[in-house]
Design a protein around this ligand. Structure first.
Ligand SMILES: *Cc1c(COP(=O)(O)O)cnc(C)c1O
Length: 355
């Protein structure tokens, strides 16, 4: 599949202020757009970023056939650019698409398309410490028809937006015992838009009570911890790294997977198993040192400084010498090429170093 390239005559980069911007409000110069119809991908093009024109009858506006991904490109210490876990994101996007009865994406479109887009907009990948270029691939149903049925037309797009190094301030989280993010047989394992829309209200209620975010529990009896917000959950209790298994109700995060691999290779004890609220409470009550944090592409690792559960507040360890920061640093060193990447996680793209 050929990806056409129509470059914009001028760049908006010199008007972009890397010292002061809000994430996600500005896109780079270009975007990738591909259209699906008649059972096949028809065309793919990288062109100037612009608004879409959509019929109000477009099915994505009504019935929720939308899927997205989020990944990052980094400027490595030697000036090259790498995209982190590109293949993993491709596989997961296809897994989400299958669940939503949407057509899968061939590697020539997802992998080659994203590499090409980053290559075209490479000057947007700054070498400022901790910055990255956030990439947002997504697909929407575009058939024009007010009937509840599988759309026969789709648009796949990729847009990119600079992301600053942000210090993720420790959060206060509330263990959610009523609302559910995902249930067995549901679509929680897919990154489809509806899952996020449905999580706003419980998060809003938690914020009204003074918490930053909810910690989701299993739908059946709300006794086991699953995720927090849109991050996977990890704990370090008495030096052991714990995380719930992924599956139908816990999204298979690539940050989680990467951190777990890195921890194992540092010879940390790791346990992937269900974690009950009771077990976590007991650990606090026994006076064990508990580190608790969310992990995901956007912030990589977000510590929790307060967990509200069963009517009580508990305080995980967030001091500077917490082990979770070692884990974060190790992953960051691999991503930035400060350390060799033994896993093949970094996809390098063609960089014009002369520019
Ligand atoms: C995207 C996402 C994650 C994190 O996945 P990463 O691949 O690490 O970014 C975790 N949970 C949910 C619900 C998500 O949507």
């Amino acid at each position: 599949m050929e990806i056409k390239i129509k470059l914009k005559p001028s760049s908006a980069l010199d008007q972009f202020d890397f010292d002061q911007f809000q994430f996600g409000k500005a896109a780079t110069d270009h975007m990738l757009v591909a259209d699906y119809a008649d059972g096949a991908w028809q065309s793919a093009e990288i062109r100037g970023f612009e608004s879409l024109s959509l019929s109000p009858l477009s099915m994505c506006l009504h019935y929720g056939q939308t899927v997205f991904e989020g990944l990052k490109a980094y400027r490595q210490v030697d000036g090259s650019i790498s995209i982190f876990r590109l293949e993993g994101h491709w596989e997961r996007m296809n897994q989400s698409l299958r669940r939503m009865a949407m057509p899968e994406l061939p590697a020539e479109l997802f992998i080659a398309g994203i590499k090409k887009l980053v290559e075209v907009d490479q000057d947007w990948v700054t070498d400022r410490e901790g910055f990255s270029l956030y990439l947002r691939p997504f697909m929407i149903a575009t058939e024009e028809r007010l009937g509840v049925s599988i759309s026969r037309e789709y648009k796949f797009m990729v847009v990119a937006s600079p992301l600053a190094a942000y210090y993720s301030a420790p959060l206060k989280v509330k263990v959610e015992k009523h609302y559910t993010r995902a249930c067995p047989g549901g679509a929680g394992m897919a990154k489809n838009g509806g899952n996020y829309g449905a999580s706003y209200y419980p998060a809003y209620l938690a914020q009204q009570e003074g918490y930053d975010q909810v910690m989701w529990t299993n739908s059946r009896d709300h006794e086991y911890l699953e995720e927090s917000g849109t991050m996977n959950l990890m704990f370090i209790i008495d030096g052991i790294l714990l995380t719930p298994p992924t599956g139908e109700t816990v999204l298979a995060g690539l940050t989680r997977d990467s951190l777990l691999q890195v921890a194992k290779d540092m010879n940390w004890s790791c346990e992937v198993r269900p974690i009950a609220i009771k077990e976590l409470q007991q650990a606090f009550e026994d006076g064990k040192r508990v580190e608790a944090f969310g992990v995901g592409t956007a912030a990589v690792l977000t510590p929790f400084k307060l967990i509200h559960m069963e009517g009580e507040d508990y305080f995980p360890y967030v001091e500077e010498d917490a082990k979770m920061y070692l884990l974060k640093k190790k992953l960051s060193d691999i991503r930035l090429g400060r350390e060799v990447d033994p896993y093949g996680w970094s996809s390098l793209i063609e960089v014009d170093l002369v520019k």
